[in-house]
Design a protein around this ligand. Sequence first.
Ligand code: DQA
Length: 147
Amino acid sequence: MRRPAVAVLNGCNLNMLGLRDPRYYGTVTLAELDKLVGEKAAGAGFAGCVCFQTNHEGAMVEKIQELCQSIDGMIINPGAWTHYSFAIHDALELVAAPVVEVHLSDIASRKEEWRRRSVISDVCDRTISGKGFEGYLEAVDWLAERL
Ligand code: DQA
């Protein structure tokens, strides 16, 4: 039997965690986040954890396409693409496994009106917002329960 793997996809500007406004995004860097999520995934029963970050929308679409039929669970924080990328929305429609949308900040209560809307929520199975890096860990547990 194939051993289950989870993917953790982070979009634009999330490589700058640690430098971005800590009131919204905390102080954990992307390298630290990837390590924490990898350890959590191993503990939750995933044999593999694919961590990917890009600042290029097309690269994100291609990564989702590459994983869409093979991955057993997907966590995605598209960054600002959350609010307008119909291309990422359509790519996520292809994913056979459960998908969790995660945001470090609580996008529903942010001051910019455009930030309160997600165009990908309807193609995700769950949204976790405003729990910092722990939201990713909660997403891993939720996906592991669905294996
Ligand atoms: C974010 C929220 C987005 O509005 C923002 O553009 C990000 C990060 C979050 O994790 O809270 O880059 O997705």
